[in-house]
Design a protein around this ligand. Sequence first.
Ligand code: PMP
Length: 358
Amino acid sequence: FNSVIHNFNAGPSILPREVFQQASEAILDFNNMGLSILEIGHRTDAFQSVMDEAQSLLKELMQLNDSKKVLFLHGGASTQFFQVPMNLLDDNATGAYLDCGTWGIKAIKEAKLFGNVNVVASSKDRNYSYIPRQYTIPDDAAYFHYTTNNTIEGTQVAGIPDTHVPLVADMSSDILSEEMDFNRFSLIYAGAQKNIGAAGVNIVVVDEAILGKVNRKLPTMMDYREHIKNGSMLNTPPVFAVYVCMLTLRWLKKQGGVAGIQKINDQKAGLLYSTLESLPMFRLPVPIEDRSKMNVVFTMPDVETEKEFLSVCKSNGMYGVKGHRSVGGFRISLYNALPLSSVEAITDLIKDFAQKKG
Ligand code: PMP
């Protein structure tokens, strides 16, 4: 029996222990009100202060300027695949997209429902195992959309593309994991269930200046301007998910914010990649410069050894190491809340396994 559990799930994924503790207390008695957070109105002062604090913490942690609006919306990052073009792409305008993996493909598919799509580069030729570098974003594109971190393929875009075209990014799997000039983006979206909090809410950071320019009529719930006007409370927000985000953001601030967590994230990814690289039995499909610090993807020479490794992980309390069903192999996710000690534990296990298989 192994009492220590290590959670490498890709999302929903590990959150800080203290967040689970505080969230469970709030289910029973929120702020000593004698009521659960699940049974109070979203327009009460008590919940309004949760929403306000979640928004202001995100603004502070991302160091956003005042033209950026922070929204907590429903529908997951997948809703943003179509809400973005609905709000930003006119019928005869063109959105530029980078085709770098499963989630980007879905974003491209949805954008085509609203306007023209120009796929400026793709890594499909090598199974989405790298990030293309040579491409041109046309000056007249309505925006340039890309996925900063490809959760399934284990690739991550280093730096911010150099363009005057408004930038739109799906940051679902690496938001708040390393320092970045978030103000360079006209719109950022991310599902909360990895680095921000609980599933059920996604965040959108949008520059008001890019809104209101398309000619089509927008359903109220799809119109970012309506959500801004109503402080993410156009309808009942996912109250508990927003509360868990607020707690997780408080925790992140205590870790020294994004700069603080980046130091630990660099250590975690450095340790895991160097261990895998030192052992010939493990294969890393992604070239060094494109490797994700959040999702480490690798394979082994044969299916039998992979099965064996998976069962060793399981019996040692290591969860969520199996690769996505579309790519196979293994994926170890290293989100913000995963402690360095878990990475040390799995690298020890990896070394041990390799030695025994010798
Ligand atoms: N984009 C990326 C990069 C993701 O990793 C995911 C989910 N893992 C999504 C979008 C889809 O998110 P959701 O399930 O919240 O719609």
